[in-house]
Design a protein. Structure first.
Length: 260
């Protein structure tokens, strides 16, 4: 089981497939999605990766969260989420997950907070048919009708579908298809609509009801920035030409002195 990603919904667009078909897509952007911490079976009782995305102002981050980000050597994040993973799919802390974590044609599940609709009636909220348009019904054509029984039990059961607050809940859309990925800009194009408003956070992970393609990278596709191994190589590349230039004038000056 691989880790998912935290993406930001930019909106919907359209692309054309190789055979010329018009495909509506939702554009998701990976905003510096990094591994913040590990959850292990020995210490926490389960195995998971804690990811963070976006950048938060330091003054708006609690001291406890500042300490956690400092230990991981990452900047404060706006959104932090845990993804359950298997023990062999752990990713190092500080690694940044890239857009090619998913491959085109792969099925994914997307979870987001749906757009709030406020107080809605039973017909809009639960797709009720309403009362009759004539023959005795007056003023209450869109009402939901009776909600209870007779004297026994003499109450309304919990969970009864009635008018009330609609939207602003966590919704998961399953079996969406990844159309394209753009690693340079950190974009993932997913076919169809994804719950949530523009700018909202979306949790994208492998589909639980579909087989994972063979070409999917394991444990994932990520980059490690600022590693200790890369610094000496960069230093050698900068110092090498400087030493060569400094030796040339000295050798020429020695030759002139000998001639004199």
């Amino acid at each position: 089981m691989r880790s998912g990603v935290i993406a930001q919904k930019l909106g919907m667009s359209q692309v054309y497939s190789d055979d010329g078909q018009h495909v509506p897509v939702t554009v998701l952007k990976l905003d510096n999605c990094q591994v913040v911490a590990h959850r292990t079976e020995e210490k926490h009782g389960y195995t998971a990766l804690q990811l963070g995305a976006g950048l938060a102002k330091v003054k708006r981050v609690t001291k406890a969260d500042r300490g956690q980000f400092a230990v991981a050597h990452v900047e404060p994040k706006r959104k932090v989420v845990e993804f359950r993973v298997s023990a062999d799919n752990m990713i190092d802390v500080g690694a940044e997950i890239t857009a090619d974590h998913f491959v085109p044609g792969q099925f994914v599940d997307a979870s987001g907070t749906s757009i709030g609709k406020g107080f809605a009636g039973a017909m809009k909220r639960h797709n009720f048919g309403g009362l009759r348009a004539s023959h005795g019904v007056s003023v209450s054509h869109r009402s939901h009708g009776s909600t209870g029984q007779c004297q026994d039990p003499g109450r309304v059961f919990k969970g009864k579908k009635m008018a009330g607050h609609m939207g602003s809940t966590t919704v998961t859309t399953q079996n969406l298809v990844v159309v394209r990925t753009d690693v340079e800009r950190g974009l993932i194009l997913v076919k169809g609509a994804i719950p949530g408003s523009k700018g909202g956070w979306i949790l994208l992970h492998d589909a639980v009801k579909r087989k994972l393609p063979d070409e999917v990278p394991m444990p994932g596709s990520f980059r490690v920035s600022g590693s200790a191994e890369a610094k000496p190589e960069a230093a050698d590349e900068v110092e090498a030409p400087v030493s060569e230039v400094s030796e040339t004038p000295d050798s020429g000056a020695d030759e002139h002195k000998d001639d004199a």
